[in-house]
Write a protein that binds this ligand. Structure first.
Ligand SMILES: Nc1ncnc2c1ncn2[C@@H]1O[C@H](COP(=O)(O)OP(=O)(O)OP(=O)(O)O)[C@@H](O)[C@H]1O
Length: 278
């Protein structure tokens, strides 16, 4: 996925939400977006999803425009609040998109024949709902309705459903932000395990440095006013990332680099553009 020179100013505002944003998310990688509040992370994600127009620049999702990718159902979105259908069970919620869109399933199978996902020998197993539910520890809750689940469990259902559709790119907009820290940590590790099996291309918005570094191949630090890419930091930690990696000094060193970059990004955007001019 490639973003070139993206500009976006919301009607009625004077400062650009996004200005000259450049971003490359290589196929099969996990990339996080992090930055101060208001730097345009959600705007960028929504533009990639085809939900938000932009004034200038381009977005190409493995050869398609966001609108084409949306029509082809090759973009997945996991929002902050899991959008589950309350009258369906967990299993039915995960199965539903396959039932209503068999054509997208066929397109996906064709795409995966052309671009086999690396290091995913067990990928086919995850097309089946039982394996997906098992991966997110929801086997025992398969026949329950969302109302009977905790917030963390509901978000796991949404994540299983999104990965099960195997989109070309999965956009995740702070999916754990409403959860307590303990649940968040557990879900982060489950997402890490799931992703390491599936290798779906992911663009992930977060406010958590720990989350970004633990999960990602690259962390994109954004600055605000206007929203721009401040720095791209490679997370060259080995995968799979087990306890040895997650507790390693290297991980803490990268976290410190991201924190320093965030400080620089905050300082870069701290003086509002219109005040600087005055
Ligand atoms: N619908 C809108 N109309 C006008 N301005 C908007 C709209 N949506 C967002 N903005 C502005 O665009 C800028 C970027 O907002 P956006 O929500 O993308 O930032 P963000 O980095 O996702 O913020 P946060 O981390 O707080 O979720 C902000 O200045 C915000 O006020």
């Amino acid at each position: 996925m490639v973003v070139r020179g993206l500009h976006k100013t919301y009607p009625g505002t004077s400062v650009a939400a996004l200005s000259d944003v450049e971003l490359v998310v290589p196929r099969g990688t996990f990339v996080s977006l992090i930055g101060p509040s208001g730097c345009g992370k959600s705007t960028l994600l929504r533009a990639v999803a085809g939900l938000e127009g932009f004034d200038d620049g381009s977005i190409t999702i493995f050869g398609a425009t966001p609108e084409e990718a949306c029509t082809a159902k090759s973009v997945g979105l996991v929002p902050q609040a899991p959008a589950l259908l309350p009258w369906l069970t967990v299993r039915q919620n995960v199965e539903l998109p396959h039932k209503v869109n068999r054509r997208a399933d066929r397109r996906r199978a064709e795409r995966e024949r052309k671009h086999p996902v690396p290091s995913s020998p067990g990928l086919d197993a995850f097309a089946d709902v039982d394996s997906l539910l098992d991966m997110v520890n929801l086997t025992d809750a398969a026949d329950k309705h969302p109302g009977a689940l905790s917030g963390g469990m509901q978000q796991r259902v949404a994540i299983a459903r999104a990965f099960g559709l195997r989109p070309e790119i999965l956009l995740m907009d702070e999916p754990f932000s409403a959860l307590d820290e303990f649940t968040r940590e557990a879900l982060r590790l489950q997402l890490l395990t799931l992703w390491q099996r599936m290798r779906t291309t992911v663009l992930f918005v977060t406010h958590s440095v720990r989350e970004a570094v633990t999960l990602s191949d690259q962390v994109v630090v954004m600055s605000a006013r206007p929203g721009q890419v401040h720095e791209v930091i490679d997370v060259d930690l080995p995968r799979p990332r087990g306890a040895d990696v997650l507790l390693s000094p290297q991980l803490h060193t990268i976290e410190d680099r991201v924190r320093a970059s965030l400080q620089g990004a905050w300082e870069a955007g701290a003086a509002p553009v219109d005040l600087v001019a005055g």
